[in-house]
Write a protein that binds this ligand. Sequence first.
Ligand code: WTA
Length: 635
Amino acid sequence: MSNYFIKSFEEYFGIYRKSVENPELFWQEIAEEHFLWRKKWDKVLDWDFTKPEIKWFQGAKLNITENCIDRHLVNRADKVAVIFEPNNPEEKEEKITYQQLYERVNKMANVLKSQGVKKGDRVCIYLPMIPELTISVLACARIGAIHSVVFAGFSSQALATRINDSDCKTVITSDGSYRGNKTIDLKRIVDDALEECKNVETVLVVKRINSNIKLKENRDKWLAPLLEEASNECNAELMDAEDPLFILYTSGSTGMPKGMVHTTGGYMVYTAYTFKNAFNYQENDVYWCTADIGWITGHSYIVYGPLLNGATTLMFEGVPNYPDFSRFWQIIEKYKVNQFYTAPTAIRALAKEGIEPITPYDLSSLKVLGTVGEPINEEAWHWYDDNIGKNKVSIVDTWWQTETGGIMITPLPYITPTKPTYATLPFLGIQPVLMDENGEEIKENQVEGRLCIKYPWPSIARTIWGNHKRYKETYFSTFKNKYFTGDGALRDEVGYYRITGRVDDVIIVSGHNLGTAPIEGAINEHSMVAESAIVGFPHDIKGNGLYGYIILKVIGEGRNHDNVRKEINQLITEQIGPIAKLDKIQFVRELPKTRSGKIMRRILRKIAHKDTSNLGDTSTLLNPEIVQEIMDNAL
Ligand code: WTA
């Protein structure tokens, strides 16, 4: 018998040892006993980090939706699979049972087929957090189409880049979305994007806000009438374990986002197993993750992980402060939520409101509190523990990435003793290592280094869509034979890990990964901007804020600087989305540069952090005198 559910710390250590001594055997047992395979694999794992090539369960055949839905119909047909809580608390919630989910996914799958979507085709999903989002994702998986969900807060240009990069011919969107007391015109954003996406043939439109939109003839179709006609039976396409399941874009250090490709078999096994153990999910629990399905957290821990375990997963369309700051706590009381998974930035924003919004609500159903997306500071951790968990609920600080597919370092609830700000110990089968600057592995404890993983796990992304070279360069070239995470970490005296943050050009703002390059690219398009450099600085709520140092061209002189600042943020909003707007903009005469012309971001970062006591040696700069000038005018 494999150890699908871990019950004690001793058991964790024993199974962990087994999982790293013989990973193939370990994963084979988990995979064999807990999933529905149409054909068994020929080989558990084949890998070579130098190519890099990673293949799990080669030769196996399956469909992930049979594992998420069909097999539960025997015992859980009437169990609620998805709870939908709308933005407006007066609108009635929706509860979708496994049987209903089966029918709705099949109908949607048949609609996609009727529109010519085939196995291997890419489908872009640009939807708010409504049931059709989950259903569309699963419908793609049902017929073997590769879904590419784009977070519905991205701008039309960001959407267009993603549609074109993976050559999607079909887009699923809605006539608009609700967000607090606002509505957002999603269809207009799609229309703008499609001006630049000549290969898109079909746009399926969900009616959500009843706005007065126009459908483009021969391209746009309302989804509802098509669904009505479609059959509620649809054979699940037989997929190879290594067939792509989805593409999800994440920011990188160049302007082009990276389309991380996840495949079917390994992703299924790993997300299911981590969900069960990291959240201690038991049969009648109600689980709620507040992320958006547009991010990896939503893919793995709103859709796939929970449904693979036959869980009840809650989707929330709205925002934490609408109608007021008690919304999360109201929802927890309303559905007696047992597991609550959110981001540190949300915790900090809610903590700022004090405890009045919380006290009227009964939060006693809570069993596990999770965090993800960025380092959680000690204050926020204690606030969460004291006020939401009332010091009785286990907190899991889960570290992982879009690229890793599932949770990598985390406490197991009620098993691993927690330590605020520490993600603690590796999950089963995960072998983290810390590397020093010379590329050597640091073996001892109480050290800090660059976090790498030295052995494959089933849900590692297999490539970057259309750019395997970039995949190799980004993740497998910095350290020989290791997957490099891009994060720094420290390991304490007992071997617990604390993630210290990114060591590359990615800045995490409110839990969202933002590359500096695309933001600088957007700024530089302003006709008055000569050059720019973006760094992060500590921000009370967002974790990191964005600080831009910008050189204006001579023609910028004499213009009102505040107007220029607004225009720059407007450009960023159009090209990337409002999440990437700059918090501070300092106009500078020059940027500090090395003699080879590289911007010294380290110095700019220190100035933005107001930590200028030790700037290091600046004498090797091309223009050392500019440093003092920038410091004198710092914001
Ligand atoms: C950061 C989100 C500290 C980290 C699942 C990582 C964290 C990046 C944590 C990935 C955590 C995520 N503690 N930092 N618990 N979780 N991060 O791809 O820098 O959106 O590399 O995946 O978020 O962000 P992504």
